[in-house]
Design a protein around this ligand. Structure first.
Ligand code: SF4
Ligand code: SF4
Length: 395
């Protein structure tokens, strides 16, 4: 005799989702208009209304195990055509916020999303902590040249950064494992189906390439399927490009930091040694900084003006992420300017301290803000590519 685990119904699910910004989807009667109009449906006749159904009937586990939650790019076409004004596009965004808060165990993401005042106090306290911590260990300010790593000792920044990255990695791995375990179980994916034999390894490698290379870096579905509502939108204002520039900018800055660190370890150049603008790590950092500041500034302007569906509803946590990214990028440029001015300005030291404190906070809070989608979306797209590969083989 076989026994089946009874499904757990969460009667609070719909009201909980509303705390994360979801519209009232109780009026949705599964008419299928959103499915018909969504450019990302891809032979799935239940997307996106199946996720709404989960919320309506309290199927929390199924909702959190849905890879489809992350394949929506919030173009808003479904909301524009929904006859009951259930706003499926915003519902999907709120469900993703809910999922980010559910995958991580500390409850911090939930507070940042649903308690804006407490969230703002926490964010300010974390930044203040890092600033005071750095300030307390400050060294002398050289007035003849800007010696930033004498003012804030390099070792202090390095080891604080290592500790922050440790917390980031721990929270990130925990959240990702929680999400991947749920999705893998619901998709019937196991270690054996991933690496058991040559064919399995080949399809895993293809799915990884599709998820990380084609989609995450190349933004293919965002670019091709999710066309902007306005076809005459100039390229520099297109959502996919703004998103891509932000992603590439962030990765570029991260690479420049690692490169600089690597050069110091290899004995090529000590951290803080004056270098020309064309030096590889400085050049990559500058290009990436321009990309990031442009992308984030456009996101902020679009949210302020509410130019599209994706920008119409913003939580305090969304703004926190954008503001931290923007401050990190802009203060980075101010430091660069100070370094190349003929007379080193003393404000360069204070901007540097502020920059380091905000950058540390940004890294620490990444797994608890919208940025966490940078982990969950590629993972979901990996499962999506695996399922697509399997269905092709079955044909
Ligand atoms: S969300 Fe709207 S368009 Fe989609 S199935 Fe429900 S009622 Fe129909
Ligand atoms: S927002 Fe766009 S991508 Fe997402 S479900 Fe609606 S139509 Fe599809």
């Amino acid at each position: 005799m076989t026994t089946t685990t009874p499904r757990l119904i969460d009667t609070e699910l719909l009201s909980d989702l509303k705390r994360f910004g979801a519209a009232d989807v109780s009026a949705c009667f599964s008419c299928g208009t959103c499915t018909a109009i969504c450019p990302l449906v891809d032979n799935d006749s239940t997307f996106p209304r199946r996720i709404i159904r989960y919320a309506q009937v309290g199927m929390r586990d199924e909702l959190l195990a849905s890879k489809e939650l992350w394949t929506c790019y919030q173009c808003g076409l479904c909301s524009d055509s929904c006859p009951t004004e259930a706003d499926p596009s915003e519902f999907m965004a709120a469900a993703r916020r809910y999922a980010i808060a559910s995958y991580e165990p500390t409850g911090l993401a939930r507070v940042l999303y649903t308690r804006p005042v407490i969230g703002s106090v926490i964010a300010t306290a974390v930044a203040a902590f890092f600033a005071v911590f750095m300030y307390a260990a400050r060294g002398p300010q050289n007035g003849e040249s800007l010696e930033l790593f004498t003012f804030i000792p390099e070792g202090l920044i390095h080891w604080t950064g290592v500790a922050v990255m440790g917390v980031l990695a721990l929270a990130g791995v925990f959240g990702l494992a929680s999400m991947a375990r749920r999705v893998a179980r619901s998709e019937g994916v196991s270690l054996r189906t991933l690496v058991g034999g040559g064919a399995a390894l080949w399809s895993t490698a293809k799915a990884l390439w599709s998820s990380l290379g084609v989609e995450s870096l190349g933004q293919r579905r965002y670019r091709e399927d999710c066309k902007d509502d306005n076809p005459v939108e100039p390229l520099y204002r297109r959502r996919w490009l703004i998103h891509a520039l932000t992603v590439w900018g962030f990765l570029g800055l991260f690479s420049a930091t690692i490169l600089d660190w690597g050069l110091a370890i290899a004995g090529v150049k000590e951290t803080g040694t004056p270098i020309p603008l064309w030096y590889p790590s400085r050049l990559i950092g500058t290009m990436a900084g321009i990309s990031l500041v442009y992308g984030v500034s456009m996101f902020m302007v679009n949210r302020k003006r509410q130019v599209n569906r994706a920008a119409q509803h913003s939580t305090a946590s969304d703004w926190l992420l954008l503001v931290l990214l923007w401050i990190t990028g802009v203060t980075g440029f101010l430091i660069e300017l100070a370094l190349y001015l003929p007379d080193p300005p003393t404000w360069g030291y204070w901007v540097f301290l502020f920059h380091v404190a905000v950058a540390m906070e940004l890294m620490l809070l990444l797994p608890f803000t919208k940025f966490a989608h940078a982990m969950y979306r590629p993972a979901a797209l990996f499962f999506y590519a695996l399922a697509k590969g399997r269905s092709k083989q079955a044909v």
